[in-house]
Design a protein around this ligand. Structure first.
Ligand SMILES: [Fe+2]
Length: 587
């Protein structure tokens, strides 16, 4: 039996295919369209996940798919959209009228799109937004029973929910409703600080350690949080429910300064201490609310393990605080905690929740997207005129370790594309975390971005406690913990407050990546590497070998290790370097 889960039309479109209770493949549409946060109908993602199950969309359409499950209920979302505008009538009428066609076109026509785009007329089920988030966390956790907490901007009406999962049943027992939303509060501040919403929230989190929590009281005027973590926004400060803006004049008056202008490419606006203090204050309020919510779920359900999903669960600082301060034994965070993950949750909700089929083990891998064999890689490199060497596994590892130890910045491309927003060693850029210059080098030469945030470290799972104050794996880079002060400094991966956003790697997760970190450790005494995503600023993570090659040529990466091939920038033929410089407008 094949079940196809879909999410689209709002943030990140994605498709996930489950075949007889096994997750065959899951991928975002942006991986193929190269449009960041692509929310359109995920036709290429569908084509790919079907292919992993031996189905050919062009030839056979969707024959072989038993059910399609959508991650939310479009009509309820439509209902919320109408009601929130009616409540404010006539003030928000203009915005509503402008949004209406897209709501109708996109959200009410899924059945027609499935027919027109992929020739599917079979069963179409609708989960609910937060149920999909919850299912994506609990049914992937491998735990027999656990509490569940989901927190995001907004689904249909709910903006957070909690409940309990037991075997193949998942019951949501409570929720907070729009417009009271921790995710939208975060987005309002993201916008206030001059960053793009639904995209650059992580920058606010990265900015916070540079500030002092001087504005907690100001923020608490606008959001009231009870002991159980339930919260209400005072809507005189916010405008997102029906207006054109995220917040009102009164918001800026309470904060004491007007909003920072929105950042644009090549036009950076100064980040002052005020902005850093605001980011820190917001993080404190979010941490505190999440810890209270987690505590409430654990106490009410009596279940000491907690599953997390929803966009706010990508806030790995708050996740770390939950582990430290809430009465939880352990947390599991769905690696694709944002809306793309809803595709996986929807399919699992149908498999476990509706059909009552047996549970899957703990999500065995985040490597659920496309892989490309050496022939495919070589064809791309040859077509481009690249100069490369082909090495066997041992030589490839030895050469890569040597490059890293020489402080080279190395693109590391192999295996299946990652599920979720983080590069976890298959589409990564790696570097030496001991090198004090490395953070600036990668920021300047490769990421072409502001340099205030450190990079994440990847560490051997069994050595995590030696290097960080963390006593458990963090395979999806969704936990922040303090670094161990007794160890030598790792300046490229340590934040100003002495914390790091950690990825642990075990041999079971990925043997080649594990061996690379282990061999770097054997050579240098530090079983840690910088791991950051392979992408150009403003673009999605690379997926195909052609994307990888283009990213290599467009940035200051020194070497690219792709499949069995090693390329050095300095060895590329002049004609290839020139044509890349022309194409990408490089100096
Ligand atoms: Fe969501």
């Amino acid at each position: 039996m094949r079940i196809l889960g879909l999410s689209c039309f709002y943030h990140d479109a994605a498709a996930c295919l489950i075949e007889d209770g096994r997750i065959v493949a899951a991928v975002t549409e942006e991986a193929f369209s190269r449009k960041k946060h692509d929310s359109g109908f995920p036709k290429e993602a569908i084509r790919y996940v079907l292919a992993e199950s031996g189905l050919n969309l062009s030839r056979d359409g969707m024959r072989g798919v038993d059910a399609v499950v959508f991650y939310d209920k479009p009509f309820r979302k439509f209902d919320r959209s109408i009601r929130s505008h009616v409540d404010r009538f006539p003030s928000g009428l203009g915005a509503f009228v402008r949004r209406l066609p897209s709501v109708i076109n996109h959200e009410l026509r899924l059945g027609k799109l499935l027919k027109d785009e992929v020739d599917y007329g079979g069963p179409l089920l609708y989960s609910e937004h937060h149920l999909s988030h919850a299912a994506s966390a609990f049914f992937c956790s491998g735990w027999d029973e656990a509490g569940v907490l989901t927190v995001d901007g907004v689904g249909e009406w709910a903006t957070s929910s909690w409940g309990a999962g037991r075997q193949n049943s998942l019951v949501l027992e409570g929720e907070t409703r729009f417009p009271h939303s921790l995710g939208l509060l975060y987005s309002a501040f993201t916008y206030y600080l001059g960053f793009k919403i639904n995209s650059a929230e992580y920058k606010v989190m990265g900015l916070a350690p540079y500030g002092q929590p001087n504005y907690v009281d100001a923020i608490r005027k606008m959001v009231h949080v009870k002991d159980d973590g339930s919260f209400r926004l005072d809507m005189q400060y916010f405008d997102f429910d029906a207006g054109e803006n995220m917040f009102t004049r009164a918001f800026e008056q309470v904060m004491g300064q007007p909003a920072r202008p929105l950042e644009r490419p090549n036009q950076e606006v100064e980040l002052t201490q005020f902005h850093k203090d605001v980011a820190r204050s917001l993080q404190e309020v979010v941490d505190d609310t999440m810890v209270r919510l987690a505590t409430h779920v654990v106490r009410t359900t009596g279940l000491p393990r907690l599953c997390l999903a929803g966009g706010v669960a990508l806030n790995c600082v708050a996740n770390g605080e939950i582990l430290r301060r809430a009465p939880v034994d352990d947390v599991f965070v769905q690696p694709s905690a944002g809306d793309a993950g809803g595709a996986m949750g929807a399919a699992l909700w149908a498999w476990n929740g509706l059909l009552k089929k047996p549970r899957l083990p703990r999500l065995p891998s985040v490597y659920l997207g496309p892989a490309y064999d050496d022939d495919a890689v070589q064809a791309v490199l040859d077509e481009a005129g690249a100069r490369y060497v082909r090495l066997d596994r041992e030589a490839l590892l030895a050469r890569t370790v040597e490059l890293l130890a020489e402080s080279k910045v190395v693109g590391w491309f192999h295996g299946r594309f990652e599920w979720g927003p983080r590069a976890l060693g298959h589409r990564s850029i790696l570097g030496d975390p001991r090198d004090p210059e490395m953070r600036d080098i990668i920021n300047r030469k490769i990421k072409m971005r502001e340099g205030f945030r450190p990079f994440a470290p990847v560490v051997l799972e069994e050595r995590v406690s030696d290097w960080f104050q963390l006593d458990r794996p963090s395979p999806y880079m969704l936990l922040v913990a303090p670094v161990n002060p007794e160890r030598p400094a790792l300046p490229a991966t340590t934040h100003v407050d002495g914390s790091a956003r950690i990825q642990t790697i075990s041999r079971d997760q990925d043997a080649l990546y594990y061996d690379l970190v282990a061999q770097f450790g054997a050579r240098t005494g530090v079983p840690v590497l910088i791991n950051t995503s392979m992408n150009v600023r403003g673009e999605p993570m690379v997926c195909s070998p052609l994307d990888g090659w283009r990213c290599f040529m467009r940035t200051g990466m020194d070497a690219l290790v792709i499949g069995s091939f090693v390329l050095l920038k300095e060895e590329q033929p002049a004609v290839v370097l020139k044509s890349a410089a022309d194409e990408f407008g490089l100096d």
